[in-house]
Ligand binder design. Structure first.
Ligand code: SF4
Ligand code: SF4
Length: 221
């Protein structure tokens, strides 16, 4: 998975401090470390360059990659290396499991007496499969795909994005993604072991009903 954005980089002033202030503000949970490492690192493939970590860091340790001072340049590789060491390539959701999840989402929708579309994407937000129930609105297909895309991109339930959806950086992302990013209920990431391997999106019911169908789909993974 390759980021289309520049990424932020954590540099030397974090060493030995690790006070975790930046972890609390990162909207995509892409800052990590281990007990053995003496600083935190940003995953350059996930970082959406929202700047929040740099704004709150008490040590001024965080820079956009193109702005890293020359004496800290080695930290660009050091951040990326941390993830190369600690993260294998995630396996995307296989098609048979995607179809099982879609069936589970549809079964929940039948229970709720609604008709929905359920979509499954891989960890990069690329469509694996979708299923549209009879009587569901045609537009529910695209909306379910967009919800899944958003959940995969941010690696959080789309309901978690409500608090940031009015911020200017998020609005810019909506525009640059041509509306593929949406912060409404019904998108859930699918957790593999231990990384996000894809996401599910559901559209056709109320927010709560879409969310319930998405939960049923993820539970079937
Ligand atoms: S710039 Fe934003 S997305 Fe990137 S690490 Fe910092 S808080 Fe997270
Ligand atoms: S806020 Fe700054 S010093 Fe604290 S953990 Fe994050 S990068 Fe390191």
């Amino acid at each position: 998975m390759t980021s289309q954005f520049s990424a932020y980089v954590i540099t030397e002033p974090c060493v030995g401090v690790k006070d975790e202030t930046c972890l609390e503000v990162c909207p995509v949970d892409c800052i990590a470390s281990t007990y053995e490492d003496d600083q935190y690192f940003v995953d350059p493939e996930i970082c959406i360059a929202c700047e929040q970590c740099a704004l709150v860091c008490p040590m001024t340790a965080v820079f956009l990659d193109i702005d890293v001072p020359s004496y800290f340049k080695s930290y660009i590789n050091r951040n990326a290396d941390f993830y190369r060491r600690n993260k294998g390539e995630p396996m995307p959701v296989p098609i048979d499991k995607a179809l099982t999840m879609i069936q589970a989402g549809h079964a929940k929708a039948l229970e709720l007496d609604i008709a929905v579309s359920v979509s499954v994407v891989d960890e990069g937000g690329r469509l694996v499969a979708f299923g549209r129930m009879d009587r569901s609105r045609p537009m529910s297909v695209d909306i379910s795909i967009n919800k899944a895309y958003t959940a995969a991109s941010f690696q959080v339930p789309t309901t978690d994005l409500g608090s940031v959806s009015s911020q200017s950086w998020f609005q810019s992302l909506i525009v640059s993604s041509q509306g593929k990013i949406i912060a409404v209920a019904g998108g859930l990431p699918v957790l593999g072991e231990p990384f996000v391997v894809g996401a599910v999106g559901v559209s056709g019911g109320t927010d709560e009903q879409d969310q319930e169908c998405a939960r049923a789909a993820v539970a079937a993974y």
